[in-house]
Design a protein around this ligand. Structure first.
Ligand SMILES: [Zn+2]
Length: 211
């Protein structure tokens, strides 16, 4: 079983003011803390396929409606999120508390919590699946984020990111061998195969988002 993500994000202490209402200014720190990946679907932000945004984990509208004391720039409540996840999540919140994130069946888990990784896994081609034994995971998958509705894009993005890392590693390795040596040529050949696969996925991504 392939894990949803290879690294669990972790929020560092906020470097900027949390009380001036300007949550957007935290974006660079948030991007760094989330390792340039969406907190929810773990897609990488480097392909310019969409905008990455600052999501409020407890939605702003829910905070206002309930009069909860959470400033809109409170760093702990922010998630680096792709536009798709942010747009699907919107003002969904299923508990009547800002410290209880879910009731075991509906609601959310903070993506900075390591238990977020237990909710989902990936198929061998990179699609996201909920843990079959978790109603909460199924609710997040189907109702909150609708991962199934954009499965192909999730697969393409995951494969591109995996190939990018392999290609980067091979380039480093390639440069340790003399040009024209047997090892050099072997790695160059492999590099060509992976680069071609990457290119095909990239082409699909561009066409997918041009529609
Ligand atoms: Zn996402």
């Amino acid at each position: 079983m392939i894990p949803l993500r290879d690294i669990t994000p972790s929020r560092t202490a906020p470097v900027l003011n949390e009380t001036d209402g300007n949550w957007g200014k935290h974006k660079p720190q948030l991007k760094n803390d989330f390792n340039s990946h969406c907190g929810y679907c773990h897609s990488y932000d480097g392909y310019k396929h969409t905008y990455f945004e600052v999501d409020h984990f407890v939605p702003k509208s829910v905070i206002i409606k309930n009069g909860w004391d959470i400033p809109s720039a409170r760093y702990n409540n922010l998630v680096y999120s792709c536009k798709f996840c942010n747009n699907k999540k919107l003002s969904k919140w299923t508990t009547n508390s800002h410290i209880v994130y879910n009731d075991g069946t509906t609601g959310f888990v903070d993506p900075c919590d390591a238990s977020y990784d237990t909710l989902f896994y990936r198929t061998t081609d990179g699609a996201i699946r909920p843990d079959a034994n978790s109603d909460l995971a199924k609710w997040m998958y189907k109702v909150a984020f609708k991962f199934d509705e954009r499965e192909r894009a999730i697969i393409v993005l995951w494969n591109m990111n995996r190939l990018r890392q392999i290609i980067d590693g091979l380039i480093v390795e390639l440069n340790t061998y003399g040009i024209g040596s047997t090892d050099y040529n072997t790695i160059k050949l492999k590099l060509g195969e992976y680069a071609l696969k990457y290119y095909i996925f990239h082409k699909e991504l561009i066409e997918f988002y041009e529609q």
